[in-house]
Design a protein around this ligand. Structure first.
Ligand code: PLP
Length: 384
């Protein structure tokens, strides 16, 4: 049996989400853009989901656009908003951080490399949190977009959007945030923090893969990346993925409904897991101990190779991650670990709990980890 501690990579589909999707995988197969009864039934499912997501985010349904996932939402926001602002003559300077997921970081870098935008990447501090003053100092009169993730996918640090957002609003600069990991796990206040655009992904919150949300304020425009039928306010053309979208709404609703009980439960598991892992000599926590996602523990292990340790855990039935699953296979330390100065000669492992994780799972995983580290060190660390 596997102890699955990789919920930041993806979460299992919740039973009630699958139940909500099922009619749209079977009888209700219509195209939501068709005007006949079958189409209208599919459209009703899509619009109900839009309302569920809007309620979960505290925005209006008009501001919720469905995409194929977090990657597409980030691309659509960063590229689309940058193009719109430049076309309107507002400038061509972008600000982002050294913590961003590649969906944001590479989009911004591509705009700089191929489209003539000027890009400032603000590094995080050693605790994995961006200093708001440092970020705001990077903003110029020609800055058209700032993108700061709500919480990091690797080391789990939560970023100070509550300070950054209102300061940007005062300066009239739109804020985009990648909330793929943060949604349902930490507080997000789109209104109070002046969030202009936000990305979500259903498969990180017990929903299906291949569907996500771009929350885009009504007053903000985003030139489309995809051209076609003009669906989703013209920002995201393509026939809507009705079952996926219905699942996304059900997952957002489930996540919000259970947040008050699930978050403290996950925090308790995180503390238990952290204590167990740090009890092993030569193991240190990455990222601030308090400003972090409730389900994330990220450690560095001295005297062990990361891939070798991950393999040993896997063989013993514990699924964890050596950084970000979105780029797994990469042997070098990620840009995030490099940015916070994590030593490259250590194993860096991420453990992320979820809805079905229990204290028994955590204790068993700690025991497996302790044995694996001992055996690997005894065998020379597993370095190639
Ligand atoms: N942004 C963050 C912070 C993520 O963790 C991920 C996935 O790991 C993504 C974006 C990409 O989301 P998706 O898998 O839906 O494309």
């Amino acid at each position: 049996m596997t102890i699955y501690l990789d919920h930041a990579a993806t979460t299992p589909l919740a039973g009630e989400v699958l139940a909500a999707m099922r009619p749209y995988l079977e009888a209700e197969h219509g195209n939501p853009s068709s005007s006949h009864a079958r189409g209208r039934a599919a459209r009703a499912g899509v619009e109900q989901s839009r309302e569920q997501v809007a309620a979960a985010l505290g925005v209006t349904p008009l501001e919720v656009l469905f995409t194929s996932g977090g990657t597409e939402s980030d691309n659509a926001a960063v590229k689309g908003m940058a193009w719109t602002a430049r076309e309107a003559g507002r400038g061509a300077h972008l600000v982002t951080t050294g913590l961003e997921h590649h969906a944001v970081g590479d989009s911004a870098a591509w705009l700089a490399e191929h489209q003539g935008f000027d890009l400032t990447v603000v590094p995080p501090e050693r605790d994995g949190v961006v200093d708001p003053d440092r970020l705001l100092d990077a903003v110029r009169p020609d800055t058209v977009l700032v993108s700061v993730m709500a919480a990091n996918n690797e080391i789990g640090t939560v970023q100070p959007l509550d300070v950054i957002g209102p300061a940007l609003r005062e300066r009239g600069v739109p804020l985009h945030t990648d909330a793929v990991q943060a949604f349902g796990r930490v507080r997000l206040d789109c209104d109070a923090w002046g969030i202009g655009a936000l990305a979500l992904s259903a498969h990180k919150i017990s929903g299906p893969k291949g569907v996500g949300v771009l929350m885009l304020r009504r007053h903000l425009g985003a030139q489309p990346v995809l051209h076609g039928g003009g669906q989703e306010r013209g920002v995201r053309s393509g026939t809507l993925n009705t079952p996926g979208i219905v699942g996304c709404g059900a997952a957002a609703e489930l996540t919000c409904r259970t947040m008050a009980t699930e978050v403290p439960r996950l925090c308790a598991l995180r503390e238990r897991l952290t204590a167990g892992l740090l009890a092993v000599e030569g193991v240190g926590l990455n990222g601030d101990a308090h400003r972090r996602l409730p389900h994330n523990v990220h450690v560095s292990v001295a005297g062990c190779d990361g891939e070798a340790l991950l393999f040993a855990l896997d063989m013993a039935g514990v699924a964890a991650s050596a950084g970000s699953a979105c780029q797994s296979g990469a042997a070098a330390p990620s840009h995030v670990l490099t940015a916070i100065g994590a030593p490259p000669d250590r194993a860096h492992l991420r453990f992320t709990c979820g809805r079905s994780t229990t204290a028994t799972d955590v204790d068993a995983a700690v025991a497996v980890f302790t044995d694996a580290v001992d055996s690997l060190r005894a065998a020379g660390g597993g370095y190639l």
